[in-house]
Design a protein around this ligand. Structure first.
Ligand SMILES: NC(=O)c1ccc[n+]([C@@H]2O[C@H](COP(=O)([O-])OP(=O)(O)OC[C@H]3O[C@@H](n4cnc5c(N)ncnc54)[C@H](OP(=O)(O)O)[C@@H]3O)[C@@H](O)[C@H]2O)c1
Length: 325
């Protein structure tokens, strides 16, 4: 396993981290806790030292599973979790929302206490605000509140996860020193962060956590036009209508362009995300030990040749984010 420094936090984290959304066992179809627990152990056995979770992943279920597994382990694992905006209200927050109504102090305090209880710790390694709106950039008070909580010893480091429809809205937060880390979508389709967000992160030593490197499974090349997402799997709406067909066609173009590539498309997708020098860790979503076996070793592969990177640049796709159908 290769390790990289997570920006200002100074944490040495595994280049492949564990994305723990699906193990929350909601929004991803059927998920067996035993598979989730085995996947977490397998990842730690293979050197993974960074796990990303959130309050919203099964209403704390993902956090509780992680807390349980970490009690059985002696390795030093850094866990990043997230506090959502307060409801009622829209997701993502509207530019007309007042920060006081979505990330007010009493709410942040209560929510962080719940994160601590679920994970079974006294202090969170990294607390990320789960979403943001650029409307709050002029007066980013929620981060002042988090800095207070940091002084009180409740959180060690502070981050933000980009709102999908406006990822660049967090650039001001990086420039003004509000965040230690940023979690961002960066993959073969979504390459725009390479223009500004990632270079600014480097300039300001902000740790970059890449999410959705496999485009919710699509960039592994396993979906066809006939794929059906079962139960509550959010991908039923995410890839609804003509979207699944469009994404499958795009992936087929990558497959054709990389007909000589010896590894899998999933591997190629992870290598692409790992390669940007601003990136500290790529949190691959994993829901069973097999996916851990496939994804974690990618951290040790050498960088892709320049020629492959140039080919991949041509697969950038400005589809923007598909919220709901
Ligand atoms: N707003 C936010 O802050 C936000 C949003 C999204 C994600 N995240 C974080 O980022 C992490 C990663 O994103 P993600 O999990 O949504 O998407 P992802 O990493 O692009 O895709 C993960 C899914 O792909 C499938 N998969 C994984 N490895 C595979 C392999 N080698 N071969 C074939 N299929 C494979 C699995 O689902 P199936 O087996 O069911 O296909 C897995 O759940 C999340 O777990 C979460 O921690 C944060």
């Amino acid at each position: 396993m290769k390790y990289r420094t997570l920006g200002k936090t100074g944490y040495e984290v595994s280049a492949i981290g564990f994305g723990a959304w699906a193990i929350g066992a909601s929004k991803w179809g059927k998920q067996d806790d035993q598979d989730s627990i085995r996947a977490l152990h397998e990842a730690i056995d293979r050197g993974v030292t960074f796990i990303d979770t959130a309050a919203g992943y099964g209403d704390g279920h993902s956090e509780r599973l992680i807390g349980k597994v970490l009690k059985e382990r002696s390795e030093e694992i850094k866990v990043a979790t997230k506090t959502p905006v307060m409801f009622p209200g829209t997701w993502p927050p509207s530019p007309y929302d007042k920060w006081e109504d979505r990330y007010g102090e009493a709410f942040l305090r209560d929510n962080i206490e719940e994160r601590l209880r679920n994970l079974g710790v006294e202090c969170l390694d990294l607390l990320q605000l789960h979403t943001w709106t650029r409307a709050w950039n002029r007066d980013p008070k929620p981060f002042e509140i988090l800095r207070k909580l940091q002084k009180e010893g409740k959180v060690a480091a502070i981050g933000v996860s980009t709102p999908e429809q406006d990822q660049n809205s967090v650039i001001d937060l990086m420039r003004n020193g509000w965040v230690d880390t940023v979690q961002v979508i960066y993959n073969i389709f979504e390459q725009e962060p390479a223009a500004e967000l990632l270079p600014v992160a480097r300039e300001h030593n902000v740790g970059i956590i890449v999410r959705v490197a496999m485009e919710e499974g699509a960039l592994t090349g396993k979906f066809t036009r006939d794929t059906v997402f079962e139960g509550d799997d959010f991908r039923g709406t995410y890839f609804a209508g003509d979207r699944l067909g469009r994404v499958v066609d795009r992936v087929e173009k990558i497959r054709k362009d990389f007909a000589d590539y010896e590894g899998s498309l999933a591997e190629l997708a992870l290598r692409f995300a790992l390669q940007h020098p601003a990136v500290s860790t790529v949190i691959a979503g994993m829901r069973n030990p097999r996916q851990v076996e496939l994804n974690v070793p990618v951290a040790d592969l050498p960088p892709l040749p320049q020629e492959s990177l140039e080919k991949l640049r041509r697969h950038a796709w400005l589809k923007l984010f598909w919220h709901s159908y």
